[in-house]
Design a protein around this ligand. Structure first.
Ligand SMILES: Nc1ncnc2c1ncn2[C@@H]1O[C@H](COP(=O)(O)OP(=O)(O)O)[C@@H](O)[C@H]1O
Ligand SMILES: [Mg+2]
Length: 236
Protein backbone atom coordinates (compact mmCIF):
# COMPACT_ATOMS: atom_id res chain seq x y z
CA UNK A 1 0.00 0.00 0.00
CA UNK A 2 1.39 3.36 -0.86
CA UNK A 3 0.77 5.83 1.94
CA UNK A 4 -2.44 7.78 1.38
CA UNK A 5 -1.94 11.16 -0.19
CA UNK A 6 -2.34 14.20 2.05
CA UNK A 7 -5.30 16.06 0.58
CA UNK A 8 -5.84 19.00 2.89
CA UNK A 9 -3.09 21.59 2.93
CA UNK A 10 -2.10 23.91 5.76
CA UNK A 11 -2.74 21.30 8.46
CA UNK A 12 -0.26 20.49 11.25
CA UNK A 13 -0.40 18.15 14.25
CA UNK A 14 -1.75 20.04 17.28
CA UNK A 15 0.05 19.21 20.53
CA UNK A 16 -1.95 19.16 23.77
CA UNK A 17 -0.93 19.81 27.36
CA UNK A 18 -1.08 16.17 28.45
CA UNK A 19 1.52 13.78 27.07
CA UNK A 20 1.32 10.18 26.02
CA UNK A 21 3.47 9.37 29.01
CA UNK A 22 0.94 11.08 31.32
CA UNK A 23 -1.85 9.00 29.85
CA UNK A 24 0.13 5.80 30.23
CA UNK A 25 0.72 6.68 33.87
CA UNK A 26 -2.99 7.11 34.56
CA UNK A 27 -3.71 3.73 32.98
CA UNK A 28 -0.59 2.06 34.43
CA UNK A 29 0.11 0.46 31.09
CA UNK A 30 1.45 1.25 27.65
CA UNK A 31 -0.57 1.33 24.48
CA UNK A 32 0.18 -1.24 21.77
CA UNK A 33 -1.44 -2.88 18.78
CA UNK A 34 -1.95 -6.62 18.48
CA UNK A 35 -2.75 -7.30 14.85
CA UNK A 36 -4.45 -10.64 14.05
CA UNK A 37 -4.28 -11.68 10.42
CA UNK A 38 -5.54 -14.90 8.85
CA UNK A 39 -8.22 -16.51 6.72
CA UNK A 40 -11.89 -16.09 7.49
CA UNK A 41 -12.72 -18.70 10.15
CA UNK A 42 -9.10 -19.09 11.24
CA UNK A 43 -9.97 -17.85 14.74
CA UNK A 44 -9.05 -14.15 14.83
CA UNK A 45 -12.24 -12.96 16.53
CA UNK A 46 -12.39 -15.92 18.89
CA UNK A 47 -8.81 -15.44 20.09
CA UNK A 48 -9.16 -11.68 20.32
CA UNK A 49 -12.28 -11.96 22.52
CA UNK A 50 -10.56 -14.50 24.78
CA UNK A 51 -7.44 -12.34 24.95
CA UNK A 52 -9.49 -9.25 25.83
CA UNK A 53 -10.99 -11.21 28.71
CA UNK A 54 -7.58 -12.47 29.88
CA UNK A 55 -6.10 -8.96 29.75
CA UNK A 56 -9.09 -7.59 31.63
CA UNK A 57 -8.47 -10.12 34.39
CA UNK A 58 -4.87 -8.88 34.54
CA UNK A 59 -6.13 -5.31 34.93
CA UNK A 60 -5.13 -4.27 31.40
CA UNK A 61 -7.35 -2.18 29.18
CA UNK A 62 -7.72 -3.49 25.66
CA UNK A 63 -10.24 -2.84 22.93
CA UNK A 64 -11.27 -5.02 20.03
CA UNK A 65 -11.37 -3.60 16.54
CA UNK A 66 -13.04 -6.31 14.50
CA UNK A 67 -13.65 -6.64 10.78
CA UNK A 68 -17.42 -6.74 10.70
CA UNK A 69 -17.91 -4.17 13.46
CA UNK A 70 -15.71 -1.70 11.66
CA UNK A 71 -17.35 -2.37 8.32
CA UNK A 72 -20.71 -1.55 9.92
CA UNK A 73 -19.40 1.81 11.13
CA UNK A 74 -16.32 3.81 10.22
CA UNK A 75 -15.76 1.77 7.05
CA UNK A 76 -19.38 1.20 5.98
CA UNK A 77 -18.64 2.80 2.61
CA UNK A 78 -15.96 0.22 1.74
CA UNK A 79 -16.31 -3.13 -0.01
CA UNK A 80 -13.88 -5.96 -0.75
CA UNK A 81 -12.09 -4.81 -3.89
CA UNK A 82 -8.33 -4.56 -3.56
CA UNK A 83 -8.50 -0.76 -3.27
CA UNK A 84 -11.25 -0.90 -0.64
CA UNK A 85 -9.42 -3.58 1.36
CA UNK A 86 -6.34 -1.36 1.35
CA UNK A 87 -8.33 1.64 2.54
CA UNK A 88 -10.07 -0.53 5.16
CA UNK A 89 -6.72 -1.55 6.61
CA UNK A 90 -5.22 1.91 6.34
CA UNK A 91 -8.07 3.45 8.35
CA UNK A 92 -7.93 0.72 10.97
CA UNK A 93 -4.18 1.15 11.23
CA UNK A 94 -4.70 4.83 11.94
CA UNK A 95 -7.46 4.10 14.47
CA UNK A 96 -5.27 1.51 16.22
CA UNK A 97 -2.48 4.07 16.34
CA UNK A 98 -4.78 6.58 18.05
CA UNK A 99 -5.86 3.92 20.56
CA UNK A 100 -2.22 3.11 21.26
CA UNK A 101 -1.39 6.77 21.74
CA UNK A 102 -4.32 6.97 24.16
CA UNK A 103 -2.88 4.04 26.13
CA UNK A 104 -5.09 1.18 25.07
CA UNK A 105 -3.96 -2.20 23.77
CA UNK A 106 -5.98 -2.56 20.60
CA UNK A 107 -6.80 -6.03 19.32
CA UNK A 108 -7.34 -5.75 15.58
CA UNK A 109 -8.90 -8.72 13.82
CA UNK A 110 -8.95 -8.35 10.07
CA UNK A 111 -8.17 -10.86 7.37
CA UNK A 112 -5.75 -8.19 6.06
CA UNK A 113 -4.64 -10.45 3.21
CA UNK A 114 -1.98 -8.21 1.64
CA UNK A 115 1.48 -8.15 3.20
CA UNK A 116 2.15 -4.63 1.92
CA UNK A 117 -0.91 -3.29 3.73
CA UNK A 118 0.10 -4.93 7.03
CA UNK A 119 3.65 -3.67 6.60
CA UNK A 120 2.33 -0.17 6.07
CA UNK A 121 0.41 -0.37 9.37
CA UNK A 122 3.57 -1.64 11.05
CA UNK A 123 5.50 1.29 9.60
CA UNK A 124 2.87 3.75 10.82
CA UNK A 125 3.29 2.36 14.33
CA UNK A 126 7.07 2.38 14.23
CA UNK A 127 7.07 5.99 13.06
CA UNK A 128 4.87 6.83 16.06
CA UNK A 129 7.06 4.79 18.45
CA UNK A 130 4.22 2.37 19.19
CA UNK A 131 4.53 -1.38 19.57
CA UNK A 132 3.03 -3.50 16.80
CA UNK A 133 2.62 -7.24 17.28
CA UNK A 134 1.59 -9.19 14.19
CA UNK A 135 -0.13 -12.47 15.04
CA UNK A 136 -0.48 -14.94 12.18
CA UNK A 137 -3.67 -16.86 12.92
CA UNK A 138 -2.74 -19.81 10.80
CA UNK A 139 -5.30 -22.42 9.87
CA UNK A 140 -5.34 -24.52 6.70
CA UNK A 141 -8.05 -23.47 4.27
CA UNK A 142 -9.60 -26.95 4.48
CA UNK A 143 -10.07 -26.60 8.24
CA UNK A 144 -11.33 -22.98 8.04
CA UNK A 145 -13.79 -24.13 5.41
CA UNK A 146 -14.87 -27.07 7.55
CA UNK A 147 -15.52 -24.70 10.47
CA UNK A 148 -17.25 -22.11 8.27
CA UNK A 149 -18.64 -20.29 11.35
CA UNK A 150 -20.68 -17.82 9.30
CA UNK A 151 -21.49 -20.08 6.33
CA UNK A 152 -19.47 -17.74 4.09
CA UNK A 153 -17.26 -20.37 2.43
CA UNK A 154 -20.33 -22.27 1.38
CA UNK A 155 -21.73 -19.15 -0.22
CA UNK A 156 -18.38 -18.26 -1.80
CA UNK A 157 -18.09 -21.77 -3.31
CA UNK A 158 -21.62 -21.38 -4.65
CA UNK A 159 -20.51 -18.15 -6.36
CA UNK A 160 -22.77 -16.00 -4.20
CA UNK A 161 -19.84 -14.04 -2.70
CA UNK A 162 -17.04 -12.72 -4.89
CA UNK A 163 -13.50 -11.68 -3.89
CA UNK A 164 -13.49 -14.14 -1.02
CA UNK A 165 -10.03 -14.62 0.50
CA UNK A 166 -8.74 -18.14 -0.02
CA UNK A 167 -11.34 -18.90 -2.71
CA UNK A 168 -11.05 -16.31 -5.46
CA UNK A 169 -8.85 -13.75 -3.71
CA UNK A 170 -5.29 -14.25 -2.44
CA UNK A 171 -3.99 -14.42 1.11
CA UNK A 172 -0.34 -13.48 1.54
CA UNK A 173 1.08 -15.22 4.61
CA UNK A 174 3.18 -13.15 6.99
CA UNK A 175 6.87 -13.92 6.57
CA UNK A 176 8.10 -12.87 10.02
CA UNK A 177 5.11 -12.43 12.33
CA UNK A 178 5.91 -11.82 15.99
CA UNK A 179 3.59 -14.71 16.87
CA UNK A 180 2.54 -17.67 14.74
CA UNK A 181 -0.41 -19.74 15.98
CA UNK A 182 -1.56 -22.96 14.33
CA UNK A 183 -5.18 -22.86 15.39
CA UNK A 184 -5.86 -26.36 14.09
CA UNK A 185 -3.33 -27.70 16.61
CA UNK A 186 -3.74 -25.47 19.67
CA UNK A 187 -6.62 -24.73 22.00
CA UNK A 188 -7.87 -21.16 22.40
CA UNK A 189 -6.43 -21.18 25.95
CA UNK A 190 -2.99 -22.17 24.65
CA UNK A 191 -3.15 -19.45 22.02
CA UNK A 192 -4.07 -16.79 24.57
CA UNK A 193 -1.32 -17.82 26.94
CA UNK A 194 1.22 -17.79 24.13
CA UNK A 195 0.26 -14.18 23.37
CA UNK A 196 0.27 -13.13 27.04
CA UNK A 197 3.73 -14.73 27.44
CA UNK A 198 5.00 -12.80 24.44
CA UNK A 199 3.60 -9.51 25.79
CA UNK A 200 5.27 -10.13 29.15
CA UNK A 201 8.60 -11.27 27.69
CA UNK A 202 8.74 -8.18 25.50
CA UNK A 203 7.83 -5.70 28.22
CA UNK A 204 4.52 -4.75 26.64
CA UNK A 205 2.58 -5.72 29.76
CA UNK A 206 3.64 -6.40 33.30
CA UNK A 207 1.43 -8.84 35.14
CA UNK A 208 0.87 -9.64 38.79
CA UNK A 209 -1.98 -7.14 39.10
CA UNK A 210 -3.33 -6.76 42.66
CA UNK A 211 -6.74 -7.74 41.23
CA UNK A 212 -5.50 -11.00 39.81
CA UNK A 213 -6.98 -13.80 41.90
CA UNK A 214 -4.40 -15.70 43.89
CA UNK A 215 -1.64 -13.21 43.13
CA UNK A 216 1.13 -13.64 45.64
CA UNK A 217 1.78 -10.50 47.69
CA UNK A 218 5.35 -10.27 46.39
CA UNK A 219 4.16 -10.05 42.82
CA UNK A 220 1.68 -7.33 43.73
CA UNK A 221 4.52 -5.23 45.09
CA UNK A 222 6.58 -5.87 42.00
CA UNK A 223 3.65 -4.67 39.90
CA UNK A 224 3.36 -1.42 41.75
CA UNK A 225 7.00 -0.74 41.03
CA UNK A 226 6.53 -1.97 37.47
CA UNK A 227 3.55 0.32 36.91
CA UNK A 228 5.90 3.27 36.97
CA UNK A 229 8.57 1.88 34.72
CA UNK A 230 5.73 0.54 32.56
CA UNK A 231 4.62 4.08 31.89
CA UNK A 232 8.03 5.23 30.81
CA UNK A 233 9.27 5.29 27.28
CA UNK A 234 7.51 6.28 24.13
CA UNK A 235 7.81 9.64 22.54
CA UNK A 236 5.25 12.19 23.47
N1 LIG B 1 -7.91 -23.31 18.41
C1 LIG B 1 -8.85 -22.50 17.96
N2 LIG B 1 -8.63 -21.16 17.93
C2 LIG B 1 -9.58 -20.31 17.45
N3 LIG B 1 -10.79 -20.71 16.99
C3 LIG B 1 -11.07 -22.03 17.01
C4 LIG B 1 -10.11 -22.96 17.50
N4 LIG B 1 -10.65 -24.20 17.38
C5 LIG B 1 -11.86 -24.05 16.87
N5 LIG B 1 -12.15 -22.74 16.64
C6 LIG B 1 -13.42 -22.26 16.09
O1 LIG B 1 -13.14 -21.67 14.81
C7 LIG B 1 -14.05 -20.62 14.56
C8 LIG B 1 -13.25 -19.36 14.24
O2 LIG B 1 -14.14 -18.34 13.91
P1 LIG B 1 -13.79 -16.79 14.05
O3 LIG B 1 -13.07 -16.55 15.34
O4 LIG B 1 -15.05 -16.03 13.82
O5 LIG B 1 -12.76 -16.62 12.85
P2 LIG B 1 -12.28 -15.29 12.12
O6 LIG B 1 -12.55 -14.13 13.04
O7 LIG B 1 -10.83 -15.52 11.87
O8 LIG B 1 -13.06 -15.20 10.85
C9 LIG B 1 -14.91 -20.46 15.81
O9 LIG B 1 -16.12 -21.12 15.60
C10 LIG B 1 -14.08 -21.13 16.88
O10 LIG B 1 -14.86 -21.65 17.93
MG1 LIG C 1 -13.72 -12.43 12.71
Amino acid sequence: MTAARQKATNVTWEEGLVSRRDRYQILRQKGATIWFTGLSGSGKSTISAALERALFKLGKLSYRLDGDNVRLGINKNLGFSEADRKENIRRIGEVAKLFGDAGTISLSSFISPYAADRDEVRRLHEAADLRFVEVFVDCPLSEAERRDPKGLYKRARAGEIRNFTGIDDPYEEPVRPEIHLRTDRLTVEEEVSEIIDYLERNGIIKTGSPDAPGSPAGRVKATEVAAHSDAEGGTE
